[in-house]
Design a protein. Structure first.
Length: 451
């Protein structure tokens, strides 16, 4: 990175950032209080609040949101008449899955092979640290030239909408000229990227019932309708032979215009086994950024160990449908429910229940904030030009903020590049990415103030 005072300050602060990220990662802040103590999330929220107070933020508050979780807010006043920038991250994390499968403990930040490993290191506790680093670098080099608001969400991974509902009830709280969402990631390490589209998501639970109770498969199998077999038929109807998503009535397929995703690189990033084909058609970018994608997230059925020779009376599944910009998530949810019900065989009883959804998002890349960020990233990543990419995941808050503040510019950056393996075992963050993106964010705030 070319030498400049902001970059030098961030580099000097990196050891402190590592220590702070270790403290934050140590909180088991999964917003599923049936699995993890609420006190862990509360501890993480208080950590963030204390960090903001230490940086001279005012009006710092731990907000109780309608879904029973907490978000942390603070404001750092800038010069009179300056623009206002909202910086977003979330401190809640996904469950660690199988803790025994981690190379090192998931809630213990561990340096290995040039990366820092731990649940939330990239998604998105690292985003909290990124914001702090950027602000500290500016304070050490002439001051922060804009009004800054920070909001750290406590339930983004659960999709329960607590902060979204809170923002709707208190629309003045997060109002800003520009919003930087620190919950995305570069297309690859070292390639500065702004995410310009997000797929939305709907979750539907489907249950099929065929019998009053399980039956002996030898005595009744062959004529008694098997609920698990019926469910398998229904779930299979959601895909064409090539694996493409097929939900009756869903909008026709569209294409992606922008940065392309090499198929070989995708196979490597996704760790696809040798000889196993990718599913769907069109380019990889089409499939993961611009088209619907269905995933069966879970099935309730007897485990193999301990299974008995029985015809199953009931079976259920949780189905996720990702929808691209231009498709309404609520309408997609209705279509998915109707499809599941229409394709249930043998007159089996079927019930469907929507359990969560978030709308897709498309940013306005022609705004001045995008030019300010492009100039900043050119300095933080010498020799590279800022790229526009999509993201298959969902951040429902983006559409809430876009609806509340239609004149606000929204940019998505972050630490969740492919090698980070967010949501998976051995999640990690690149300290070089943390350093460069912190520099980019600091320079962006300076550029944006001067624009």
């Amino acid at each position: 990175m070319s030498s400049n005072p902001v970059a030098e300050t961030v580099a000097a602060l990196l050891p402190r950032a590592q220590a702070e990220l270790a403290e934050l990662v140590a909180f088991k802040s999964v917003a599923d209080f049936a699995q993890f103590p609420k006190s862990e999330s509360e501890g993480a929220a208080n950590w963030v609040a204390d960090a903001l107070r230490a940086e001279d933020f005012v009006d710092v508050a731990v907000l109780d949101t309608p879904d029973g979780t907490q978000s942390v807010y603070g404001c750092l006043p800038g010069p009179e008449g300056a623009r206002t920038v909202l910086l977003y991250a979330h401190y809640d994390v996904q469950p660690p899955l199988d803790e025994a499968a981690w190379t090192t403990p998931p809630f213990e930040l561990t340096e290995r092979d040039g990366r820092w490993y731990g649940r939330g290191a990239a998604d998105c506790k690292g985003g909290v640290i990124m914001h702090l680093l950027a602000l500290r670098a500016l304070k050490a080099n002439g001051g922060v030239p804009v009004h800054v608001k920070v909001i750290a969400e406590g339930s983004e991974e659960m999709g329960t909408g607590g902060l979204e509902r809170y923002a709707e009830q208190h629309p003045e709280l997060l109002e800003a000229d520009t919003i930087v969402i620190g919950d995305a990631g570069n297309f690859r390490v070292g390639l500065p990227t702004v995410t310009t589209t997000l797929r939305g998501m709907t979750l539907v639970r489907v249950q099929i019932d065929t019998l009053q109770g399980n039956l002996h498969s030898g005595q009744f199998g062959g004529a008694a309708p098997d609920a698990l077999a019926a469910l398998i038929r229904v779930l299979d109807s959601l895909r064409a032979a090539d694996g493409s998503t097929t939900v009756d009535g869903l909008a026709p397929e569209t294409g992606w215009e922008g940065l392309e995703y090499d198929e070989g690189q995708f196979r490597k990033d996704a760790k696809v086994l040798d000889g196993v084909e990718l599913i769907g058609d069109g380019s990889v970018a089409d499939r993961i950024w611009a088209r619907p994608a269905v995933t069966v997230l879970g099935i309730d059925c007897p485990p193999v160990v301990g299974a008995t020779p029985s015809v199953q009376a009931s079976a259920r599944a949780l189905v996720s449908l990702r929808v691209p910009p231009g498709v309404d998530a609520a309408e997609a949810s209705k279509l998915l429910q109707a499809h599941l019900e229409a394709h249930t065989p043998w007159g089996a009883r079927v019930s469907t229940e929507p359990v969560g959804q978030g709308q897709p998002f498309r940013a306005d890349t022609s705004s001045p904030a995008y030019q300010a960020m492009a100039d900043a990233m050119a300095v933080a990543y010498p020799g590279e030009t800022m790229q526009y990419a999509g993201q298959g995941g969902s951040i429902p808050l983006c559409n809430t903020l876009a609806g509340l503040y239609p004149r606000a510019e929204i940019l998505l950056i972050g630490l969740s590049e492919p090698e980070a393996q967010i949501h998976a075992v051995d999640e990690s963050v690149s300290p070089e990415e943390l350093e460069r993106l912190s520099v980019a964010e600091a320079l962006f705030l300076r550029n944006y103030a001067a624009g």
